[in-house]
Write a protein that binds this ligand. Sequence first.
Ligand SMILES: C[S@@+](CC[C@H](N)C(=O)[O-])C[C@H]1O[C@@H](n2cnc3c(N)ncnc32)[C@H](O)[C@@H]1O
Length: 310
Amino acid sequence: MSAPRYQTPLRYPGGKQRLANFFEELLKANPLTGGDYAEPYAGGAGIALELLRKNAVARVHLNDASRAIFAFWDSVLNHTESLVDLIQNATLSIKEWRMQREILRRESEFDLLSVGFAFFYLNRCNRSGIPNGGVIGGLRQTGKWKIDARFNKSELVRRIEVIASWKSRISLTQFDAEIFIKDRLPKLPATSLVYLDPPYYVQGNRLYLHHYAPEDHKRVAALVQTSIQQPWVISYDTAPAILRLYATQPKRITYGLQYSAGQAYRGREVMIFSEHLNVPKTSRVASMNRSLSQLTRRVRERSTMACQAP
Ligand SMILES: C[S@@+](CC[C@H](N)C(=O)[O-])C[C@H]1O[C@@H](n2cnc3c(N)ncnc32)[C@H](O)[C@@H]1O
């Protein structure tokens, strides 16, 4: 697979952009190409944006409960010039990092643009993009990689401007996923595809600002399986509790995944499909697995370059 020309500007632990090819095949196999596509847990929205770029879908509906993530996407779409200015003039220093971290910690006191930029700044300057991951290079900046290692201003601005040019095809909301499923999804066409990527059962509380307790996963499982009218796909870590919650869904794929999130994390993920979805044949699925092994290889290469890959 050639490297995608476009990438989400966010670094996301477990970001799924590399599965976009598989989703394109899934859309073709059903056929849902050219329709709407919704992500109740959008995060870095890697797949959605890649599907838009390829015109595999007409419109994407991005939702995330995190105000910081919403603020970032809102800034990209609705305050593009101001966000670009902030990025171009950003000072990459520990003093500035501390200031941006403070804004994120007290986000309710700040406007969406300030919070969106602070989230982006920490996402690009922290190890693996984790909000609480610590700054690349450490506070004393003695590591091989420094705070600016992942902050290529012109490339990041380019990605943001490309996404902003698709504004009319992107709808953005900040609901709890359960509200989005109950209130928003019924308003979308029956031919939409819904992809749910909730926080992991096991690692979720370490990786994201918002995460779930076991009873939340249980409630979501019931809601997804009883109330979503459109075809849906959900991906998770293969925790036994998750496999039990979706035990009656026979269509599923498990695949290996390894990515760096502070420490290299090896795991298996499961993708579960709603009953009437045609899942692409295994040869096609192999391309998804290739994407995943490329991801694995890339992360391995990175982590051998420095003891703390940024
Ligand atoms: C696994 S990440 C999604 C990653 C995304 N698929 C990507 O490729 O970047 C899970 C996301 O769900 C969001 N989230 C957590 N709890 C939520 C909730 N109750 N409702 C909506 N979003 C939630 C988190 O903020 C996080 O961005």
